[in-house]
Write a protein that binds this ligand. Structure first.
Ligand SMILES: C[S@@+](CC[C@H](N)C(=O)[O-])C[C@H]1O[C@@H](n2cnc3c(N)ncnc32)[C@H](O)[C@@H]1O
Length: 580
């Protein structure tokens, strides 16, 4: 690469009003390719990078925005075509220096490995994702890209198509898009944000990516006549994105002022929101320091709470001991395991169907941290989104309240979102606990006949029943944590809610649930060839000594991580069953 590519890019960035303090940070080669590094000690709250939205490389900003809109091409295909078009313009493109820098650095993606190297990942779910992504990409190319190019021969001449729009070029650019695109706002949607996109991921990041998402969908402005018209029609009280951007800016500024030794009472400045609304919301995508950093340290941010299979297929790396990692469980495996335990197997289909038809009523609001996953999947990545950020540790929602809300139309958006997740997949979380859906389903399958009749009859009874199950699980987890922290003298004496001890019938249901779960875990382990010959910890030690690097290392991290989850879960649930 050319150091010249980088300096040409920096010159271009400067000319296009991307703002950064040249004495404070630099882009340079590091252990994860290019990255952003501090050139001197910097304080939390420091505004590192500001990228005007006018220079993000989005479908809307590209020279073929009108064509892409006319043909209703969306998502990653549209952004990839926009980028390829700009690349084909060469120096005539507004982004030529940026694209030249990317073009000389092929992204390291698992789909690029030869099939025999990909086989290494076959013991992980990521293998299926990668194969599906490759198949989908070929299909998108054949069914969307080729007809689009053929329809506009004046723009995409034979020469241009041959040089810039072959399947290989499309695939490479799609990987740039997958690993770099960031959520910008509801006009640009997902885009390449030059400079900000050189910040690498870290599980404990020192910076944050901020953007004001709530702009006019028609013209991208912060305020305009379209928005005024909309405002007239809509309730005045909904401006969630604005508030979160303001809150984040305030937090960053508070840190900055703390760092500067200002004594102002930053806790009590909520009344000042009005001061922030107009002056401090820029039409830029910003990277702001969350922590103090020392000279030479890398600036990092969190890409989102992804399981490793998403990290690998979207970004080409995976995280050791990733707290957001999950193992998927297929509904079929649950049915197989439960069918072997139920004395009356005829109830199985009925109970499963009832659960699938009714579950939405009981699943509570999303966890708050959902909002913080700024570029989680970006709405761009075209595989199944088969990780579920939001179905863990919920409270069953008040069915009656939810029915009211539905009548008023409040939940329309949430319902649409819920339709998006695959109903036949459930999850084991990183610590070995199971997600709410699996916990509920197993209890529905094994609950006594009379109990099932009551639950079917009354949503209130059902809500109470599921809340009791969630509460028991929360207490079990607390006990596990308390056990681990026994020696911690400063442990807080939180008051724990009381729950009734299980009666004989309850214990019987619980035993069947745990037996089925252990069976499900073994089925999942067998399906992926997970061996018990070594522990996951031993596998990690061996992996660290293996000398594997790059994608082969990260693929093995996925395999090891999934084994660790299964091992944790088998251990946890074997202990629970032994204590019954
Ligand atoms: C948005 S780009 C960041 C800039 C990139 N390093 C470059 O050279 O252009 C994301 C890519 O950086 C690399 N990367 C970022 N964080 C990483 C990490 N924690 N571990 C390994 N690779 C990482 C991966 O190749 C990923 O696809």
């Amino acid at each position: 690469m050319a150091a010249q590519d980088l300096s040409a890019f920096l010159q271009w960035a400067h000319e296009n009003n991307i703002e950064w303090d040249k004495d404070a940070i630099e882009i340079r080669e590091g252990k994860h390719g290019l990255g952003v590094y501090a050139k001197k000690d910097l304080d939390a709250g420091f505004e590192l990078i500001q990228v005007p939205k006018s220079i993000v490389l989005s479908e809307q900003n590209s020279g073929i925005a009108n064509l892409l809109e006319e043909e209703e091409i969306e998502g990653y295909v549209s952004l990839t075509l926009a980028c390829l078009f700009e690349l084909s313009l060469g120096s005539a493109s507004n982004w030529s220096a940026y694209l030249a820098l990317l073009n000389n650095r092929r992204p390291q993606m698992a789909g690029d490995l030869p099939e025999d190297a990909r086989q290494l990942m076959k013991k992980s779910e990521v293998y299926g994702d990668i194969e599906t992504d490759l198949k989908d990409m070929q299909e998108d190319f054949d069914k969307i890209v080729v007809p689009f190019l053929e329809k506009h021969p004046d723009v995409f001449t034979t020469e241009i198509v041959t040089k810039f729009f072959s399947y290989e070029e499309f695939k490479t650019m799609a990987w740039h898009v997958s690993s770099r695109a960031m959520d910008v706002d509801n006009y640009h949607v997902s885009a390449l944000v030059p400079f900000a996109d050189f910040v690498n991921h870290n599980s404990e990041p020192n910076s944050d990516y901020l953007t004001h998402e709530d702009v006019c969908e028609i013209c991208g402005a912060l305020s305009c006549e379209h928005l005024d018209e909309l405002d007239d029609d809509e309730d005045e009280d909904e401006v969630p994105e604005l508030e979160s951007a303001v809150a984040k800016k305030k937090r960053a500024a508070a840190k900055k002022s703390e760092a500067n030794g200002d004594d102002e009472d930053t806790e009590n400045d909520d009344d000042d929101d009005a001061d922030w609304e107009d002056e401090d919301i820029n039409d830029t995508c910003d990277i702001i320091l969350d922590e103090d950093v020392k000279k030479g340290e890398e600036i990092t941010r969190h890409y989102g709470p992804f399981p490793n299979k998403i990290f690998l297929s979207k970004y080409g790396f995976a995280v050791v001991d990733n707290p957001d990692d999950t193992v998927s469980i297929q509904l079929e495996a649950v049915k197989t395991a439960a069918g072997g335990i139920l004395s009356d197997s005829s109830v199985l289909e009925e109970r499963v169907q009832w659960f699938l038809d009714t579950e939405d009523v009981f699943i509570g609001e999303d966890d708050d941290d959902e909002d913080d996953m700024e570029d989680c999947c970006d709405g761009e990545h075209d595989h199944d989104h088969d990780h579920d950020h939001s179905h863990k540790h919920k409270k069953a929602k008040d069915a009656a309240a939810s029915e009211d809300a539905d009548e008023e139309g409040d939940d329309v958006e949430e319902e649409d979102d819920d339709e998006d997740f695959p109903r036949d997949i459930m999850y084991i979380m990183h610590d070995g606990s199971i997600d709410d859906r699996l916990l509920m389903l197993l209890n529905v399958i094994f609950m006594e006949k009379e109990q099932f009749a009551k639950v079917q009859e009354s949503m209130e009874v059902a809500t109470e029943y599921f809340n009791d199950i969630f509460l028991r699980r929360a207490l079990e987890e607390d006990l596990a944590i308390d056990g681990a922290e026994e020696d911690d003298e400063e442990e807080e004496d939180d008051e724990k809610p009381e729950i009734k001890p299980l009666d004989e019938a309850g214990r019987k249901v619980r035993k069947s649930v745990l037996e089925a779960l252990l069976q499900v875990l073994r089925l999942r382990a067998d399906a992926f060839g997970v061996s018990d010959a070594t522990t996951a910890e031993e596998d990690l030690e061996a992996l660290n000594k293996s000398g594997l690097t790059g994608l082969q290392f990260y693929g093995s991290v996925c395999v090891q991580g999934e084994k660790q989850i299964l091992q944790n879960s088998l251990k946890m649930h074997s202990k629970l069953i032994s204590e019954l």
